[in-house]
Each structure stands twice: as structure tokens, then as C-alpha cells.
Design a protein around this ligand. Structure first.
Ligand SMILES: Cc1ncc(COP(=O)(O)O)c(C=O)c1O
Length: 635
């Protein structure tokens, strides 16, 4: 093919740009206003592969045909977050002016990484960040940045905290957070080099808030152990229940000890636009850093997250790097690429600024306030229903409940029946809810945050759950029988560890294990002998081993006052709460003292070995998790 050097093969004339845009907007107008489109439609992988796979065409395709295929094959199987019955996860119904802001930013390829390349968008970012600061009560000299979402904001915050207080990573430092914290914190900690023994998961109180006594106890235990408490992550609107931790008290505990307090207000933070939201979030202004996600409760199109850092200079200190090749890119004004991990970055402020100016702040405040009312309506309806049981009251738009079934008390069956209802509701196309576990109990979680939802959608959803026919439970397929090894082999090389196969098999917990799991125990279990009256585990410590009592008797006592909680005889076990993986390998702090009542022999497993055994033995995994749940309920 002859190359024409004076011809741009990708250029469009103004008229063509208009024409393509009009057609795309026509498609959007249909997609955004068609009430028959379901809240979620799952895709069939095989069908989608057949429709979409293949090399790109060498020549052009007709735009109308492309849009028609997009509507059918790409936009068919998606969740519609703006559907008025979408109450799952954290819904994020945006606004069209906001989406047009994204279109403008991307059509013009604005790089908001530096003032020099995007002074207007950089100034806009400063402006919207100033709005956020004012809404949460942050000082003027705090700094911030818009990022892709809450996960990115959280890792940016933790990196900033580590750089400000420590510099390079150290084995001594510890991060503390409650068991209701979003998993992005575990991922951030892992990526930043926190090993499993450097993150303490703390139990929460009856209101699903991080327990302050556990935090203080765990920090003291770590300091005594020569460790350095570095950062506490609190929630202002937890994903599970909308709970807000005791922010002011946490701030004073952290300040006293020179520890960084990061508040994850990814979804809850924008409730600060309303009076009751501001009251619920009191104390957030005292945090060292705050995650606020505009693509959640500020109704911005995905992606849009945000981070504010109280002592603004620390953000630039953590991220600024000046390579030679960027000399002309950088300036004396703010360069947002020096406040986070992205160099080239989109102009996210434009959509926020456009949508808030187009509708006015009052409209956003009213939309948020209205959803707070709707969540309270949902709570009232659940309380008034004979069929539904409230598991967590409305808090910042989230409520949790489940369906009761006559004659069903067993938790496992209740959980399966409720899970079937959640799946059937999704298939009905009427809406979507999601589920979680609260103190081990299966809970249907309803997040009422969409500006598109009204009282009828809330009523219809709860009515559906109250009245749906009891589902037929599919029979569970039995797990495969463990493969047993020939007794000669079992008594041979496998017996070389600190425990032999016979002793391990005699422990009821391990009696039915398959060979692979048994081998891991034999290869990794340590034998521990303790004398009468000796402590094995101290409450609030960050140790993570799992113990099975081989002989002797053990007492479990609550730390305060030493009340006897339970006795453990040979064959029993303890330590599962700390040893189980909460996410990214992190586990709970110890929640009780454990003392030998008589001389004992204990079989001890490190958390990594236990994780491997549980991977190989799903029935044991279920048993330990059920015990952990029951013990959490006791706390
Ligand atoms: C409290 C909280 N933090 C962080 C996140 C993660 O945010 P993103 O999905 O924007 O990364 C979420 C998401 O729902 C959240 O609820």
C-alpha cells in the first residue's frame, strides 16, 4: 500500500465528530432511560467469546453498526448501577453532566499530571479538593489528590503515612484496623510490605465499631515486644454496616502515641454535606488522612476517588521525584503527579466541577439526605415485618437483615435459604442486593444510596424478600473421600516430625484428614510443653499460632478480671481467631488469656501451615471458621 505522508488516517472533520457524538449520545439516552433494562444481566462466557473474539478489522467499520453491536454484546450483560432497585455493594449512580465531563477530559486528552500541561484542570482540582476539605472540616493547608477510587486512595494514604513517620519499611512497625475494614486496606498493607505479623485485626463492638480497649491493649503489647505502632485505619461508613468508628477518641489515642490515623470514609464521607451526616462523622477532621470517594456518594462517574492529608506538605514529601526528563514538565505551582503514584493522569476534577455547578450543591445535599431517609424507611419496614429480621440498623444508608423461615433455626440452612433468595432476586431483574456476614451470621445487605431510588423501590424490594416462596435447596454434593495411604507408608517416613501420624490422627479435629493435609501437619507442627499455671497466650498480643491440646488441661480467661470463659480438654483447640486468614494473610489479635491448668503438651501450627492444611481440608476449614464465628459472638 502506498503511504501518503500528508494524510492523517485517524483524523475526523468537525462534522464527523458531531455526527459520531450525536449517535453515541442517542444510544446513551436510550440506555439511561429505558425502564425495562434489568439491574443486572449476567453474560454467558461462551456466547460472549463467540460474539466478541477475533482480530481487529484491517479496514473501517460503520459507526452505527458498531454502536448497535456495543449495545447488544457489550452493554447487554452489565450491572446498571443507576437502576432504582440497585441496592447491592456500594451503588454509584452518576449524573450525565458528570459523564460529559469525563468525555471532555478524554476527548481533549488532558494530562492533569502537571500545572504546565493543564493549569485550568489543576486549578479545578484544587477547587474541588477545597470543597471537600470544607465539608469534612479539614484545615486550609491540608492537601489532597483525586485518584481512581477508594482502593487507590487508601494505598496512597498508607504510603504517605509510612514515608512521613518512618521512611523505608521496617519489620518493627505495625498497622491496626478493625474487622469491619474494607479489604483494600489489607491489599495496600501487603503491597507496601507489611508482613502478616505486622497487621493486627481488632474485634469490633456491638455497633460494629473498632474496640478501643483492643486497640490500646494491642498497641501496648506490641510496644512491650519492641514493636512500633505506626498507623491505625478507622472507618467512617464501613462497607458492611455503615458503622462509624469512634473517631475523636481514636484521634486522641493516636496523637498521644505518635501514630498516624487514617480514616476510610470512601463511601460515607460525603454524608458530611448533610447535617445528620456531619453529626455522624464528628471527629473525622482530626484524622491525619481521609479517603473520600466521589464515585460513590457524590454521584460521580467511575473512576473517581480522593484522598486528603491533614498536614498537606507530607503528601508532596512522600511522592515528589524529579527526573531530568521532566524538567520542563514540572513547575513552581502544584504538579499533581508529585502527590500520588500516577504521572499521566486524567482531569477528574472536571466532572465533579461540572456536575456540582450544573445542579448546585443543594441538589446533591438533598439527594444524599433523601437516601438517608430511605434507608431509615427500609429499617422501619424490616422492624415491622414478621418475616424479616433486622441484623444491623440503618447507618449511613446501609441496613442488614435476613428472612426468617418457620422451623429453621440452624444457621447453615438459614444462610443457604437467604443466599438462594438473594440469587433469585438478582435473576428477577427487579433489582439487586448483596450479602455479607455479620458476626458470622449471613446477612442480606441493602445499601440505599442511589439518587434514582424512591420509597416504592425500597418497599417493593423488602416486600419481595418477605413474601418470596421458600427456596428449594439444592442438595450439597459430598466432599470427595480423603485418599488414604497404605499403613506401612504412613508409619514410615511420615513419622519423622515432632508428632507421628498416629498421635495426630487420634486428635478428633484431625481424625478424618486426607494424607496431604496430614503430611503438612507432620512436617510442620511443633510440640510445646507448658507447666501448670504458665501462660500460653496473652490477650491483645499479635501472636498467630494455632494450638491443639494433646494432653493436659487449658483455661481460657477474659483479660479483665480473669473471668473463666472455657476449659479445653485434650483434643480441643484454641487460637483459631488469630491464626485464620482475614485477608492478605492478616489475622485477629488474641482476644483472651490462655493458661495451662495442668502440665500440657500442645501441638502448635504456624498460620501459614494452618492455611495450607485448610486449603487441603475444606471440612476442617468450615469447622474452624464456625468456631471462630461463635467465639467472635462471645466477645
Ligand atoms: C469503605 C470502603 N473503602 C474502600 C473501598 C474501595 O473503593 P474502590 O472500589 O473505589 O476502590 C470501598 C468500596 O466499596 C469501601 O466501601
Amino acid at each position: 500500500m502506498e503511504m501518503k505522508l500528508d494524510h492523517d488516517p485517524l483524523a475526523l472533520r468537525a462534522e464527523e465528530i458531531r455526527e459520531l457524538g450525536y449517535r453515541a449520545v442517542d444510544l446513551l439516552a436510550e440506555q439511561l432511560t429505558d425502564p425495562s433494562l434489568p439491574a443486572m444481566r449476567r453474560g454467558d462466557p461462551e456466547e460472549l467469546r463467540a460474539r466478541l473474539c477475533g482480530p481487529p478489522p484491517a479496514g473501517p467499520r460503520d459507526w452505527d453498526g458498531l454502536l448497535a453491536q456495543t449495545a447488544r454484546d457489550v452493554l447487554g450483560p452489565i450491572s446498571r448501577l443507576a437502576h432504582p432497585g440497585y441496592f447491592a455493594f456500594i451503588p454509584a449512580s452518576s449524573t450525565f453532566p458528570g459523564a460529559l465531563g469525563d468525555l471532555i477530559a478524554s476527548a481533549l486528552d488532558i494530562d492533569a499530571g502537571a500545572w504546565g500541561s493543564a493549569a485550568g484542570p489543576s486549578q479545578l482540582e484544587l477547587v474541588v479538593l477545597d470543597w471537600f476539605k470544607e465539608w469534612i472540616g479539614y484545615p486550609k493547608d491540608s492537601a489532597g489528590i483525586l485518584v481512581s477510587g477508594g482502593s487507590a486512595a487508601n494505598i496512597t494514604a498508607l504510603a504517605c503515612a509510612r514515608e512521613a513517620l518512618l521512611g523505608p519499611m521496617s519489620d518493627r512497625v505495625v498497622l491496626y484496623t478493625g474487622d469491619q475494614t474494607h479489604s483494600s486496606i489489607a491489599r495496600a498493607a501487603r503491597l507496601l510490605g507489611f508482613r502478616p505479623d505486622q497487621v493486627r485485626i481488632l474485634p469490633s463492638d456491638d455497633g460494629h465499631r473498632l474496640r478501643l480497649d483492643a486497640l490500646v491493649g494491642a498497641m501496648d503489647a506490641d510496644v512491650q515486644d519492641g514493636r512500633q505502632p505506626l498507623v491505625v485505619v478507622a472507618n467512617a461508613g464501613s462497607t458492611n454496616t455503615g458503622a462509624v468508628d469512634r473517631l475523636a477518641e481514636l484521634a486522641s489515642i493516636c496523637r498521644e502515641r505518635g501514630v498516624w490515623l487514617h480514616v476510610d470514609a470512601a463511601y460515607g464521607g460525603f454524608a458530611s454535606l448533610t447535617e445528620r451526616g456531619r453529626a455522624a462523622l464528628a471527629g473525622i477532621e482530626l484524622a491525619d488522612s481521609v479517603t473520600l470517594d466521589p464515585h460513590k456518594w457524590l454521584y460521580q462517574p467511575i473512576e473517581c476517588g480522593g484522598l486528603l492529608v491533614r498536614e498537606g506538605r507530607l503528601l508532596a514529601q512522600a511522592f515528589t521525584i524529579n527526573p531530568d526528563y521532566l524538567a520542563e514538565y514540572k513547575s513552581d505551582e502544584v504538579d499533581f503527579s508529585d502527590l500520588g503514584v500516577q504521572l499521566t493522569r486524567s482531569a477528574r476534577a472536571l466532572k465533579i466541577w461540572l456536575s456540582l455547578n450544573y445542579f448546585g450543591t443543594d441538589a446533591f445535599r438533598t439527594a444524599i439526605d433523601r437516601t438517608l431517609d430511605l434507608a431509615q424507611l427500609a429499617e422501619r419496614l424490616v422492624r415491622d415485618s414478621r418475616e424479616l429480621e433486622l441484623l444491623s440498623p440503618a447507618s449511613l444508608g446501609v441496613i442488614a437483615f435476613r428472612r426468617r423461615f418457620e422451623g429453621v433455626e440452624d444457621e447453615k440452612t438459614l444462610a443457604r435459604l437467604n443466599a438462594e433468595l438473594v440469587a433469585a432476586f438478582a435473576l428477577s431483574g427487579r433489582g439487586l442486593v448483596s450479602s455479607t456476614r455479620l458476626r458470622g451470621l449471613y446477612a442480606i445487605r441493602m445499601c440505599v444510596m442511589n439518587h434514582t431510588s424512591g420509597p416504592d423501590n425500597v418497599r417493593a424490594t423488602l416486600q419481595w424478600f418477605a413474601q418470596a416462596a421458600r427456596p428449594d435447596l439444592p442438595t450439597l454434593t459430598a466432599p470427595p473421600a480423603p485418599r488414604d495411604r497404605h499403613p506401612d507408608v504412613r508409619g514410615g517416613w511420615a513419622d519423622t516430625g515432632q508428632f507421628d501420624a498416629r498421635t495426630v490422627r487420634r486428635l478428633p479435629l484431625f481424625a478424618d484428614l486426607g494424607d496431604a493435609a496430614l503430611d503438612v501437619i507432620i512436617g510442620s507442627a511443633r510440640r510445646l510443653e507448658v507447666g501448670a499455671g504458665e501462660s500460653v497466650v496473652l490477650r491483645w498480643q499479635g501472636t498467630r499460632h494455632f494450638y491443639v491440646v494433646v494432653s493436659g488441661a487449658i483455661e481460657v480467661r477474659s483479660g479483665d478480671g480473669g473471668q473463666l470463659l472455657r476449659e479445653i480438654a485434650p483434643g480441643g483447640y484454641f487460637g483459631e481467631l488469630a491464626a485464620l486468614d482475614w485477608g492478605a494473610g492478616f489475622g485477629y489479635v488474641r482476644t483472651a488469656d490462655v493458661i495451662a491448668r495442668s502440665a500440657c503438651v500442645l501441638l502448635v501450627l504456624a498460620p501459614a501451615a494452618l492455611a495450607e492444611i485448610l486449603r487441603l481440608a475444606p471440612a476442617l476449614d468450615r469447622e474452624l471458621r464456625a468456631t471462630a464465628r461463635a467465639r467472635l459472638l462471645e466477645l
